[in-house]
Design a protein around this ligand. Sequence first.
Ligand SMILES: NC(=O)c1ccc[n+]([C@@H]2O[C@H](COP(=O)([O-])OP(=O)(O)OC[C@H]3O[C@@H](n4cnc5c(N)ncnc54)[C@H](OP(=O)(O)O)[C@@H]3O)[C@@H](O)[C@H]2O)c1
Length: 250
Amino acid sequence: MLLEGKSIIITGASSGIGAAAAKMFAAEGAKLVLGARRAELLERIVNEISADGGEVDFIAGDVEDSGYAEEMVKRAEARFGGLDGAFNNAGATGNIGPIPDMDESNWHRVMSVNLNSGFYAAKHQIPAMRKRGGGSIVFTSSFVGHTVGLPGMGAYAAAKAGLIGLTQVLATEHGPENIRVNALLPGGTMTPMAGEDAAYHEIVRGFHALKRMADPSEIAQAALFLLSDHASFVTGTAMIADGGNSINKL
Ligand SMILES: NC(=O)c1ccc[n+]([C@@H]2O[C@H](COP(=O)([O-])OP(=O)(O)OC[C@H]3O[C@@H](n4cnc5c(N)ncnc54)[C@H](OP(=O)(O)O)[C@@H]3O)[C@@H](O)[C@H]2O)c1
């Protein structure tokens, strides 16, 4: 099993990519602390994993709160004896629209949930991983803001691109301590974030070389690789798992 015995935090675990990752990582032997705001959804996933014999706990909270990031690390240490990995995956697009029309409050909220959360996570996770002699951190970024400029998504693009800069600095700061840090850049993925508009899905499918959107488990597989020892020489990357979205022009 790829994550046998590893203690791992997953944020955004109540839905979509994070929920798929929770089930996959548990099946690969990880001990998990799951996070998101909706406790009832987390509880359902915890019950499913526990019924299959997995070791899992959860804390409901908001990733915009540094204290919540700290609490999750403390829970991993108390329940599982330490922290080996983190999939910092929670995120939100906020309101879509051109920058001149965007409220300052939307800009700050999108930065807060997507980028400030990454700072809080790393701030508390790295000291815990240091105690274990190493670890792996994965941030969910996006093709938006890295290889594609999507109109209306200025705040989201800036926040997700910011995570790549944070990834690079953390990888160099903590590489000597055997802590790897990577950003994962999914393409369009069929989760609640993608909405339910079939006509929009058709357009998004067309953006990709593979002419389809990802199943959340396909993105979770990429995160699984980055968190596992199979990625032992992979750090500081912006790893694209986007179905050819970035290189597709027709
Ligand atoms: N779907 C795509 O096409 C796509 C493409 C590229 C990147 N991404 C990124 O992939 C990640 C996962 O998104 P998804 O597609 O799986 O969408 P999703 O199903 O909407 O999941 C988003 C997750 O983030 C959590 N979350 C949002 N705001 C939060 C907050 N303030 N505090 C704590 N948790 C919060 C949500 O949980 P609660 O609501 O319960 O808090 C939920 O579990 C996001 O970072 C997203 O930006 C998605």
